[in-house]
Design a protein around this ligand. Structure first.
Ligand SMILES: CC(C)(COP(=O)(O)OP(=O)(O)OC[C@H]1O[C@@H](n2cnc3c(N)ncnc32)[C@H](O)[C@@H]1OP(=O)(O)O)[C@@H](O)C(=O)NCCC(=O)NCCS
Length: 171
């Protein structure tokens, strides 16, 4: 397994991974699958902003998972915090791929002098919460019944990690 920057040719596989999660999981709180054009715009937007879009690939270069981060919230006071996401093919989960993707994202975030990474997770997503705790994230808050999908309420759980100590910027 190799982690590399996603190329435009990987976007269909990223789309497939994301849409499967939309259909079958509470990782994305929507029932709206995306089109290839929408995922391509997302990819191009991230690349243009210098933000990472990573894929984990096997020895045939097939995409096993992807991960990315982007702005947490739009106002400039949040500029040293990013929100990330990680998706792994269900058939390939629990083999260290999510961990490898998230570890690489954390390295990139440190390299970009970001201060905090935030994950926003469904409270019943024990796999994702456990992955983040294993990598040193703290559960920083829980909003009970903040969302709904599949006929049930979903708690929103924030996981956060201060990546590196730093002085706050002057302004
Ligand atoms: C969450 C997700 C990314 C984890 O990826 P993964 O490749 O399966 O995770 P890893 O194999 O790297 O697991 C690393 C550690 O996380 C924890 N973990 C992962 N899956 C777990 C599970 N199902 N139950 C309990 N702990 C789990 C374990 O501590 C694991 O270490 P171990 O296997 O040595 O015990 C994956 O389950 C996924 O893609 N889920 C659907 C999409 C999603 O929910 N994304 C997160 C939204 S932010």
């Amino acid at each position: 397994m190799l982690i590399r920057n996603a190329e435009p040719r990987d976007v269909p596989a990223i789309l497939e991974r994301y849409n499967q999660a939309v259909r079958e999981t509470t990782a994305a709180w929507t029932n709206q699958e995306e089109t290839l054009d929408q995922r391509l715009s997302w990819y191009e937007g991230r690349v243009k902003e210098g933000l990472p879009v990573l894929v984990a690939v096997d020895h045939h270069d097939a995409v096993l998972g992807f991960a990315s981060f982007g702005p947490f919230r739009p106002r400039e006071g949040y500029r040293l915090t990013a929100e990330h996401s990680v998706y792994v093919d269900p058939a390939m989960q629990r083999r260290g791929i999510g961990r490898a993707l998230l570890e690489r994202l954390m390295e990139i975030a440190v390299g970009k002098s970001l201060h905090v990474l935030v994950g926003v997770i469904d409270g019943s997503n024990t796999a994702s919460i456990a992955l983040h705790e294993k990598l040193g994230f703290d559960v920083a808050g829980r909003l009970p019944e903040a969302g709904t999908k599949f006929g049930r309420w979903l708690d929103l759980v924030f996981v956060a990690k201060v990546l590196q100590p730093m002085q706050p910027p002057d302004a």
